[in-house]
Design a protein around this ligand. Sequence first.
Ligand SMILES: [Zn+2]
Length: 425
Amino acid sequence: MLTRIYGVAFSTKQELDDYLNMLEEAEKRDHRKLGKELGLFMISEEVGKGLPLWLPNGAFIRRKMEDYMYQKELENGYKYVYTPILAHKKLYETSGHLAHYKEDMYSPLDIEGEEYYLKPMNCPHHHMIYKHGQISYKDLPLRLAEFGLVHRFERSGVLTGLIRARAFTQNDSHIYCQKSQLKNELIEVLKLFKEVYTDFNITDFWYRLSLPDFKNEEKYGDIKDKKMWEESAEIAEQALKEFEVKYEKTEGEASFYGPKIDVQTKNVLGKEDTIATVQVDFYSAKKFDLNFINEKGEKEHPVIIHRAIMGSFDRFFAFLTEKTGGNFPVWLCPVQVLIIPVGEKFNDYGEKILSELKSSGTRVEIDKTSETLGKRIRAGKTKKIPYLLVVGEKEKEAKTVAVNFRDKKEQETMPIAQFAEFIQK
Ligand SMILES: [Zn+2]
């Protein structure tokens, strides 16, 4: 019998201690652990492995993320569509998924003797939408977007909460454009990445340009048009250069239809991880016979960009949970403020603050249970509520609140109006 034993070694005690600290911190921040503690999501054996259920607190945050993304994309000229999670076998024969991607798909469903598959990607559905009318060069770039639910085959051994699941929702889009518009569209996508990540306080990310490894016959074997690949890789690289960002190049990570730009970051274990991708595709338009009428009145194939700014909402949410340790940005929190009257006598004052803050749009609750003050403060902190307002005799008389911050030890007393203004910022 062969037993594999892994070990790690460090040259100094300090390095070992740092490593152990990091492991401990990573365990505390594990999104599966926080998911349970904060009521974010669950996996039910009855529903099935790798099929997450979003609980009210997690669902609230996800909806906020979706609303944010929806607004952002509308402002940037994206057009939203809805498509079903199933498609006829013919669609995946055309797309090449059954030839290249079948291992990642589930067995077909039989519907009246015909085979249907759960969609592993949204692209073919979007291509059909592109195709339904005659597109002119004046309609391009056309940016179709969808929060698309996809299903991919994953072995049970590799399932990891929301990071690796069998069903997840992509923040997906397909941009159809002329070749001359490609570089600019890629730069616009890179800009959008930066804006979105900055709004979520993610600053430590970089780009990776993934190119094919033509020696990998299985993945890239039937690529006939090497020139086209090189050309699209060249444009992608130019976009990165013009956008002036840090990037690295790797071979063999590209998808089977084109080079891609991956957005890389470090996860809580310090391991490099891909959070999102942009892919250039000179291939599918021909396969699906997608055309537009160009300036000369001739039919021409568009270039397609596949991109997901947040990757999947599921993965992005897991990443955000681990990165923040569950201390989500205030604008995402289901409960932003918890009022804790020190005793029954001050419940009225607490209620008054509650209605004042509610009327200014703050998500606020009050804890009037008979538990000790200490216990209620601890409960609020465990739920990682950003602000706990303790109110008693002194605060009632002075019309103030004593604010306990999630990320500070000291509490601070301020007038109600000042706090209301502070939280609106
Ligand atoms: Zn796609």
